[in-house]
Structure formats: C-alpha cells, structure tokens
Design a protein around this ligand. Structure first.
Ligand code: ARG
Length: 569
C-alpha cells in the first residue's frame, strides 16, 4: 500500500511540485498507533518550506487535492495532525491488498531492484588451524541472511568464503611441530593436537624472540614454496576445513566460492610491483607501504621487510579478483567491527590503485557476543569455546524443551525438530539484535516460546499449519475482512516488503527479524479473538485464506533469515 500512497500523493503534488515529489526528504511512514491512522507523510512541510507558508495550511490544500485525485474509496478518511497528513485506508483497500499478497504467495517481499547486478557476500571465513570463535558464527549467520535477502531483491548473489589459510599461525604450528619431531616426540596429526602445539608455542614465543624468529622463517618458507612446509600446511588445512565444513553444513550454509587467502598467492608479487611502479606504494625501512595521509588513515603495509606478504596484500588481490573476474557491482564483507580500520584502508587503497571505480564495497560490521554477565564470551582464560559444542548444546536444550512442550511428537520427527529449533534459536538470537551492538547470549531467552525468540515464531507457524491441516483448506486468494484483528494482520502482511527492503538497504537483517515477531503477534492476536474453524462458512473461507497467506509470509521471512520451519510443534 505504501507505494500506492506515494503515487497518490505525488499525483496530487502535480507537475508544479515535481521537485518535492522527487525530494529524498519526502517521507512516507507506517503509523504504529492505530487511532492516528495507517500511514503518514511530511509532504506539507516541504511545501511550506518552498512556499514560505505553514505546514497546516499546505496540508489542508494538499488534502483536498488528494481527495480529488485519489481512486474512489481508497481512503476511509484523511486527517491532519500537527501539519502531517495521516491516512486511514478503507476496508476495500485492505481487502484489495490481501488479494495482492495472497496471489503473490511466497514471492511476496521479492523485488527486481537488483536485476542485472552482482553482489558478492563474503562471510564465514575462519582462520584455519585456529579455533573458530563466535565472530565466525555471527559472520556466518548474518552473511547467510544477507545473501538470501539480496537474492530476493533480484540480485545475482554469490556467497563467498575467504578463509585465513595463509597467516603466520602456520609458521607457528609448523615450527612447533618440527620442534617436537626433532626432539623425537611423536606428534599425533589431529586438529586438537595442532591447536595445543599452537597455544603452547605462541605462549613461549612471547618471551623468546628466538622462537618467534623461527616461526617467522617457517612462514616465509611456506610462502616461498618449501615442499615440507607445504605438506604440513595441507595436512593442517584438511583437518581444519573438515571441522568448518561440518559446522557450515549443520547451519545449512553453502558457499558458491571458497577461495582461501592462499588462492591469491600467485597474484601478490604483481600487486606490490604495480603499486610501486605507479608510485602509490613506497619502500620504508625495508617494507613496502601505501601511505594514506590524504585519507587520514595510517599507512597500509603490503610487504614486510622479510618480503613476506600480508593479510592486506591478499585482500587487495582478492578484491581485484572479485571486481574484475566476477564483475561484482557490490561486495559485502561481513566481518567483525574490530577490523574496521583494515577495511577503511583497503577500500581507500583499492581506489588509489584504480581497481575500485563506482562499485560499492561495504564492511558489514558486527559487535561481540557477550555472556549473561555482559563480558565477552569468545575466550575464557585460554580455554576456547568450541562452536560445534555451542551448536550441540543448543540442539540438546531444544530437545529437552520439546519433550516438555510437545511430548506427542514422534521420535523420528522429534530429533529433526530439535535440530531445527536449536539452530534456529541460535540464528534468531543473533539476527533479532542490531548487528552493530554487542549481542547477549542467554540460553533461556533464546529458547523461549514467548518472547522475541525462534521457538515463539516456529510455534506460531506450526499452529497456522495445524489449522490448515484440520480444515483441509482449498486455495482461496481473497476474502472479506471486517474484524479489527483481521485488518491489523493484513496491514502487517502488507508491510513485509518494506521490512525486506530496509534490511537490504541497511544490511540489517534485524528489521526482518523484528518484523516477524510483530507479525507473529498480529497472527496470535487474530487467532485468539476470532474463530476460524468454527466460523460461518463464508467467513471461515476468508479466514482460512488469511491463515494460509500469513503462514506463507511468516515462512518466507524465516527462510530469508536462514531459518527452517517445522510443521508440528
Ligand atoms: N579470516 C579473518 C578472521 O577470522 C576474516 C576474513 C575477513 N575477510 C577479509 N576479506 N579480510 O579474522
């Protein structure tokens, strides 16, 4: 409806106010308080500013214009409040809107805005050999949601992982491994063993520059193609990737492209040479740096004095590759906020080098995960929280709740349902909070059947499905809706595309997550106030159509966030 109202107001503004119709300060909003109306606009304020009059006066004039030019019966009434024009749409308009939503079905919320454009969504990206931490879970969850959301807006979206498979952690692990081997100790080749070696060596290295030197040398040898180091690297890589793949699969994520940092090895020398040739990079104390004084940023170091390349160099190569080979129009880097300086520098450097033209590169930042005591959750005194343990715990907690709440669910369905509830709860806990804030990790809250939590939404969905099963409903796409709770629900369904658009525009999955909670409230309110299955025949048919459409939109929204639904709960 909001698009229709925009059109109506723009028509009323007419040719003489085309500047205002196209002004980006012209705002249309949904009103949350029903007695004030359904929609509002500030058009009168822009008119008043232009004409040197008062918003009240302009609102009156515009209102009579709207009454003349809008389709008959579209509005129930139009009110002016403090200079704003508030619209109450009519029952007829609401019924028309329902027809549109139910015919669209699962494509409601989709758009073609991104047609012909490619977006690469980079997320996940663990550091191989090191433990996965919560940041990687957040990145994976947020990235997957954004990937789905962009796809729904008509973009050609590519999901991309950029694992850190090339950093100095390998030098450390290799150095530690060789140390043991030299001492004649047998080293078991497992991820845990390598991790132990890493932690221990890293700790000793802090007080022993000699050990640090050895690790650096092993890194350098690896980067310059040493056979033995390459073999050890491959070993660690396979072990680590196996672990990550398992987690990814559990989360229902799949990457179209999985190019680790090492993939860009062949390009790095040229990146540095070209930057030097063009006078964009300079040598400084043996290292190669790109000064960014004009941009008010610290210099970007792209090669160390021992000739080793860095995270920075790889990222330049990776961006160039994505822009040139994949012709990306947009790249979203879903990476923790702590790396913000790195990305500011990277984007500035890409511009300087001429690789970045008018494509849009965005660092989609996110905050930390905090425990209930508001302290950072990622590491505790050297002991890392294993992500697969977190996922397993979510699933087993969900299983316990399930046996209390829905003991009738059969065994084979129960396991699958617990999986879905557990993982959805983890995801929704993350996605329902603004990604920029530090999110709180509270098991009870995220597994709740009442609050802003996945089980509440899944339960609402399952309830709709159960009504439809009982009714054996035929597909009906229209109806007559008079009850207040029905109209409220339709207005909420009508708002879905706005939530999706906002999520895409601001890279904010939480606008959809919060919307789905409000939708669920509207659904439950409707269900509690109106009879569906026992209503009189024509009303029953309309209400079943509403139940069906609401279930489709709720499911669609959950799927966009990367959540699965269950039919019974
Ligand atoms: N592997 C990195 C980390 O865990 C994240 C990679 C981010 N992406 C990038 N293009 N730099 O911190």
């Amino acid at each position: 409806m909001i698009e229709e109202i925009k059109l109506i107001v723009k028509t009323a503004l007419g040719q003489e106010n085309i500047d205002i119709a196209n002004n980006k300060d012209l705002v249309f909003l949904r009103i949350k308080i029903a007695r004030l109306g359904h929609f509002t606009t500030n058009a009168s304020f822009l008119l008043a500013k232009k004409n040197g009059t008062s918003p009240m006066e302009e609102a009156e004039k515009l209102k009579s214009k709207i009454i003349q030019t809008s389709p008959a019966g579209y509005f129930e009434k139009i009110e002016i409040v403090n200079g704003y024009i508030n619209f109450f749409v009519s029952e007829k308009t609401i019924n028309e809107s329902f027809k549109k939503i139910s015919s669209a079905g699962a494509s409601w919320g989709d758009s073609k805005i991104g047609a012909g454009q490619r977006v690469i969504v980079e997320y996940g990206s663990p550091n191989i050999g090191k433990p996965l931490h919560f940041g990687h879970l957040r990145s994976t969850i947020i990235g997957q949601a954004l990937f789905n959301i962009y796809k729904s807006q008509g973009y050609k979206a590519i999901s991309w992982s950029h694992p850190g498979d090339w950093g100095k952690q390998f030098g450390i692990m290799i150095a530690a491994y060789k140390e043991k081997a030299r001492a004649g100790e047998k080293v078991e080749l497992s991820i845990d063993e390598f991790l132990k070696l890493y932690v221990d060596y890293n700790f000793r290295m802090k007080n022993d520059p000699r050990l640090e030197e050895i690790a650096r040398e092993e890194t350098r040898k690896l980067q310059y193609g040493d056979k033995e180091n390459a073999r050890l690297w491959k070993k660690i890589y396979n072990l680590s990737m196996g672990e990550f793949s398992r987690i990814i699969k559990q989360l229902g994520v799949r990457f179209d492209v999985n190019n680790g940092e090492s993939f860009y090895k062949p390009f790095l020398k040229r990146i540095v040479d070209v930057a030097l040739d063009r006078g964009i990079a300079i040598r400084s104390e043996g290292a190669v740096i790109i000064p960014l004084e004009e941009e008010n940023l610290p210099p970007f170091i792209i090669q160390k004095s021992d000739e080793a390349y860095l995270y920075t160099t790889t990222d330049i190569a990776a961006a160039k590759y994505r822009l040139e080979k994949y012709k990306a129009d947009k790249i979203l880097y879903v990476v923790g906020a702590e790396q913000y300086l790195h990305f500011e520098q990277l984007f500035a450097v890409l511009k300087k080098l001429g690789y970045l033209k008018n494509q849009e590169l965005v660092h989609v930042k996110f905050g930390l995960v905090l425990g209930e005591d508001s302290k950072k959750l990622s590491t505790r005194a050297g002991k890392h929280i294993s992500l697969s343990e977190v996922i397993d715990e979510a699933v087993s907690k969900a299983a316990v709740i399930l046996s209390e709440k829905a003991p009738e669910i059969q065994k084979h369905e129960r396991e699958k349902t617990a999986q879905i509830i557990g993982i959805d709860s983890l995801k929704y806990n993350d996605l329902s909070q603004n990604r920029l804030s530090n999110i709180v990790f509270n098991w009870d809250k995220m597994l709740s059947f009442e609050g802003i939590a996945a089980p509440y939404l899944l339960y609402t969905y399952a309830r709709l499905r159960s009504i439809l099963r009982k009714a054996g409903a035929k597909k009906i796409v229209s109806g007559e809706f008079e009850a207040e709770s029905e109209q409220k629900l339709i207005l909420k369904l009508d708002a879905f595309p706005d939530a999706v658009r906002l999520a895409a525009d601001n890279f904010y999955p939480h606008t959809i997550a919060v919307y789905l909670y409000e939708l669920s409230e509207a659904i439950n309110n409707f269900y509690h106030t109106e009879n569906v299955l026992n209503a009189e025949s024509s009303i029953r048919a309309s209400r079943l159509a509403l139940v069906n459409t609401a279930s489709i939109v709720l499911k669609k929204g959950l799927n966009l966030l990367g959540l699965e639904t269950v039919e019974r709960l």
